[in-house]
Design a protein around this ligand. Structure first.
Ligand SMILES: [Zn+2]
Length: 236
């Protein structure tokens, strides 16, 4: 839920209490919490991502109307998102929509194969140090084309080869041999292995992120999005 709608929801509940009415809810999901880093812990942020995905699945989304007050607030006072997301560029994974979040809620890096790059890693370092990001989610997905291309093992033209080389090390131990006809099960196994590998790589490539995690200032999580049903499942 956006900061705006959360504020409205709180105001509504207060109004009900003052008028002596009993609040009843007919919605299937609980109202969301703001993911502003000043008011939410990593544990609460994870719970809100799960709750937001539940609202998305149930058709009870709250964040996707014109968010004028969130725009005005973040424009005036700046952004302070608590959650960074490393996701694939795949058009089936619009991150704010699948988590039912809005303006100022998520700090998102997207690149095919959700691979850790120096630029993406630096972006999260900035999010941590300058904005208050305390949770990073590496979000993989089923049927990832970049992973499928890497499984096939054929050289990719031009700069696309850099995507496969970013995924290749993740498949050691889960891919017996390159194949152009992998089963869906094998693809999903490789996509999950890629998430776990990119989580490790985020830490390995950055003393800033590594030290913050050791100090308890940062939590790095892995999750998978199922493109067939819209469900996000956390891996840990
Ligand atoms: Zn993908």
């Amino acid at each position: 839920m956006t900061i705006t709608t959360y504020t409205k929801a709180v105001g509504f509940i207060v109004a009900l209490a003052l008028s002596g009415c009993a609040a009843t809810s007919s919605s299937k999901s609980e109202p969301g919490k703001s993911l502003d880093s000043s008011g939410i812990s990593p544990r609460e942020a994870r719970a809100e991502l799960i709750a937001g995905n539940k609202r998305f699945l149930e058709g009870g989304m709250e964040a996707h109307a014109w968010q004028q007050s969130s725009v005005i607030k973040t424009g005036t006072y700046g952004q302070s998102p608590s959650v960074g997301i490393l996701a694939c560029a795949d058009s089936r994974i619009p991150v704010e929509i699948i988590f039912d979040q809005g303006v100022g809620d998520l700090f998102v890096v997207r690149v095919a194969g959700n691979i850790d790059t120096p630029q993406g890693n630096g972006t999260f370092e900035y999010g941590l140090k300058a904005l208050g990001v305390h949770t990073i989610v590496v979000l993989g997905h089923t049927k990832c084309g970049a992973v499928v291309a890497t499984i096939a093992g054929k050289p990719l033209p031009s700069n696309m080869g850099s995507l496969a080389s970013g995924i290749q090390p993740a498949l050691k131990g889960v891919l017996p041999a390159a194949t152009e006809t992998p089963s869906q099960e094998l693809i999903t196994t490789c996509c999950e292995a890629n998430v776990r590998y990119q989580m490790k790589k985020l830490r390995a490539d950055s003393a800033v992120l590594r030290d913050a995690e050791k100090a308890g200032e940062l939590v790095i999580l892995g999750a998978m999005y199922d493109v067939d049903n819209g469900r996000v499942t956390f891996l840990d």
